[in-house]
Design a protein around this ligand. Structure first.
Ligand code: PMP
Length: 361
């Protein structure tokens, strides 16, 4: 018998059990076709139905209007760091960027290859432990870029009206909190996210783009990097990551059947409330970020000394709590609580934290 584990990994991360089961069946015999999902052509009717359902379900879950297109693309969210400015930022134009963590910093570096970058705010001086809210983007900016949830540092913009009020086109990296809470997604010109947290399997990323913002830059674009070509080809410009898209479709179907984003949000609130309440009740460990900016997806905390850290980590490993070691750049701990993580896993972890606090420290 395999030991019970709770997976708090930051990504690739837990997906619904039903999705693992269905995807396993699909590898052996997809929808009783006698074929594996791994051996069917991407231009077959069979696969077309898979990608159609994935796109429609995502549009539905995000309440997207007719101007917003959904694309499944390769290269991870990291490719979007340069594909976005390549398509939206002219060489002499300027884009506004918020610097709120490792991923935002990487996006800034890539954007500088294509045009001017105005870093409108940064919390680097405080090791990205809070979200800098006092800024104004230049009204002439091509767009304003934000990372809605900072996976490594554990901060998340709770109130996006600050961005809506800027009156500048918005571009967001939503890799680690997409579909975890109700947002007016139509307010964004472009949204991108690696699939490997709330959407599905690694190997594909999702881009949601308002087609009206495309075709405005003067540079020549390589075929594979021009969003318009992907829109025209319905995400089948070349061979897409078929299996990863299939897993996305199953995960999106699961989310829809569960009641959609609002139900996920309610559950995510319950999980993060329980987690942070417990964290705040234990003196030997403490959260590292400003309370109002705490992420509901990734909770980051440290122990009061190296010995506590070592002992707590050892206890977690012994009890099957997987993936809670902090990012290699921050140390400490990180507990990720994506959509598919059950409440019971958070309960098991918080019970263990209380046991640790009462019996060890
Ligand atoms: N942005 C954010 C917010 C992330 O969390 C990550 C990865 N965890 C990335 C970008 C990079 O994603 P990828 O590995 O798919 O390129």
């Amino acid at each position: 018998k395999t030991a019970m584990v709770h997976n708090f990994g930051a990504g690739p991360s837990i997906l619904p059990k039903e999705v693992f089961e269905e995807a396993s069946r699909g590898i052996i015999n997809f929808n009783n076709s006698g074929l594996s999902i791994l051996e069917i052509g991407h231009r077959t009717k069979t696969f077309q139905a898979v990608i159609d359902e994935a796109i429609h379900t995502l549009k539905d879950l995000m309440h997207l209007d007719a101007e917003h297109e959904v694309l499944f693309m390769h290269g991870g969210a990291s490719t979007q760091f340069f594909q976005v400015p390549m398509n939206l930022l002219d060489e002499k134009a300027s884009a506004a960027y918020t610097d709120t963590g490792i991923w935002g910093t990487k996006a800034i570096k890539e954007a500088k290859l294509f045009g001017n970058v105005d870093v409108v705010c940064s919390s680097k001086d405080a090791n990205y432990s809070y979200l800098p809210k006092d800024f104004k983007a230049d009204p002439s900016a091509a767009y304003l870029h934000l990372t809605t949830n900072n996976t490594v540092y554990g901060t998340q913009w709770q109130d996006l009206s600050l961005f809506y009020d800027q009156n500048v086109p918005l571009v967001a990296d939503m890799s680690s909190d997409i579909l975890s809470r109700e947002i007016d997604f139509n307010k964004f010109d472009l949204i991108y996210a690696g699939a490997q947290k709330n959407i599905g399997a690694a190997g594909v990323n999702v881009v949601i783009v308002n087609k009206r913002c495309l075709g405005k830059v003067s540079r020549k674009l390589p075929t594979m990097l021009d969003y318009r070509n992907h829109i025209e080809a319905g995400s089948l410009l070349n061979t897409p990551p078929v299996f990863a898209i299939y897993v996305c479709m199953l995960t999106l179907r699961w989310l829809k059947n569960m009641g959609g984003v609002s139900v996920a949000e309610k559950r995510n609130n319950e999980k993060s409330d329980l987690f942070y309440q417990t964290l705040d009740s234990i003196p030997a460990i403490r959260g590292t970020v400003a309370k109002e900016d705490r992420s509901k997806m990734n909770a980051v905390f440290v122990a009061e000394n190296a010995e506590v850290e070592k002992e707590f980590l050892a206890l977690c490993e012994k009890e099957g709590m997987i993936g809670i070691k902090g990012h290699r750049t921050t140390g400490g701990f990180r507990v990720s609580m994506y959509n598919a993580l059950p409440y019971e896993s958070v309960k098991a972890l918080t019970d263990l934290m209380l046991y640790f606090a009462n019996h060890k420290y």
